[in-house]
Design a binder for this molecule. Structure first.
Ligand SMILES: [Zn+2]
Length: 385
């Protein structure tokens, strides 16, 4: 049910609706006839002066609407619409407070606020101001606006999840008698997703075909892939790895890759499988300092060249890629692998995330999609020098 009430109580002049009949109208004698289709007008007196105005309609109902609007205007009021039910605005505030009570991070709270603001605006445009007005039909229309705001299907599926969380709360608060359905979002295969085990195996295998003419290049690209996949290093950092960065940890009896990352100036120390370390040591290019790089020219140029080899490999193996994102798929593979193995969450987690930024974030994202609990990371990171 919808009642219109008004805020403010200033006295307004009395407005009268009247008809200006067209010549020949059979109701011409009746200025207030509701039976014909002639143009309606409004008149009123203010400050001892009489005013007339077109209602801009031929219907009596339309004229009443125009009269109400004019009435508000003359009285300097804004109409407030009050519906029976839980006001959406207040409901959103309560819900956000509940999320805050739960200690949800500020970043996520921001997302809730932004998205629910959008919901409220959409509802207002449909003249819906209550939680009870959130029908399945309305939400279908609302979800149809997401494409525009969130081009990635993965994002849309998250937005849907958060909306459902709000609706669930509305149900538990007994504002809603049931949780209305929200259109499902099909998450497309993201070309920046980590490689599957099968894809990675295929990629390695394809090396032999793609570089059949150049055994040395084959061995080195193979080793580079392995390094990236097992260390999570970006292609540039992998290519410029120093021989001294492959360290045998005698105490723990394992190999580590130790490097300083350019972007963050952070040292990364990652244990890698012994066979991968052995492979790296067999492809040494004879340079006293670097494993892959000659040390001459720009790091950028060598990165570009090798990125081409890897891109070709992805093509030959028929694995989807986004041109320059190739190496990310390898790094994400590394990150997800760690997450799936899991280790207790420690304080080091935060620091590590900073160091192994992109790959790790993507890994966590992917893990959460698959419902994998955030993990342990057997990475150690030393910041600064
Ligand atoms: Zn008439």
């Amino acid at each position: 049910m919808l009642n219109l009430c008004y805020v403010g109580c200033m006295d307004a002049p009395l407005i009268t609706i009247f008809v200006r009949h067209t010549p020949g109208c059979k109701y011409a004698g009746d200025e207030f006839s509701k039976r014909c289709n002639c143009r309606k007008h409004l008149r009123w007196s203010q400050g001892g002066k009489q005013y007339r105005k077109k209602a801009g309609t031929r219907s009596w109902t339309g004229a009443e609407e125009a009269k109400r609007r004019l009435d508000d205007q003359l009285a300097g009021r804004k109409p407030a619409v009050v519906e029976e039910g839980q006001a959406l605005d207040a409901a959103i505030k309560t819900f956000i407070q509940d999320k805050k009570n739960q200690g949800i991070t500020e970043k996520v709270i921001d997302k809730y606020e932004r998205e629910l603001d959008r919901l409220r605006d959409y509802c207002a445009a449909q003249c819906v101001y209550t939680v009870q007005g959130l029908t399945r039909e309305l939400l279908t229309g609302y979800a149809a606006t997401w494409d525009k705001h969130y081009p990635a299907s993965l994002t849309r599926s998250k937005v849907r999840e958060r909306l459902r969380s709000f609706l669930r709360y509305g149900y538990q608060a007994e504002w809603l008698t049931r949780i209305p359905q929200v259109s499902k979002v099909q998450v497309e295969q993201d070309p920046t997703m980590p490689l599957t085990e099968a894809e990675y195996a295929k990629l390695l295998d394809t090396c032999y075909a793609t570089f059949a003419d150049d055994r040395q290049k084959c061995a080195r690209v193979h080793a580079l892939l392995q390094l990236m996949r097992w260390s999570g290093l970006a292609i540039r950092d992998a290519l410029t790895i120093q021989r001294s960065g492959i360290i045998h940890d005698d105490k723990k009896k394992l190999y580590r890759i130790v490097t300083s990352r350019q972007k963050t100036g952070t040292h990364v120390s990652v244990p890698i499988p012994a066979d991968v370390a052995q492979e790296l040591l067999t492809v040494l290019n004879g340079n006293p300092r670097y494993v892959f790089w000659s040390g001459n020219g720009l790091e950028e140029s060598v990165t570009k060249n090798w990125a081409k080899y890897i891109a070709q490999l992805f093509d030959d193996a028929e694995i989807p890629k986004v041109c320059y994102m190739v190496s990310h798929r390898l790094r994400d593979t590394f990150a997800v692998d760690l997450l799936q193995k899991g280790v207790p969450k420690t304080k080091a987690f935060k620091r590590m995330r900073k160091a192994v930024t992109t790959g790790m974030r993507a890994g966590r994202r992917d893990a959460s999609v698959k419902g994998i609990k955030p993990p342990i990371l057997s990475l150690s990171v030393h910041r600064g020098r």
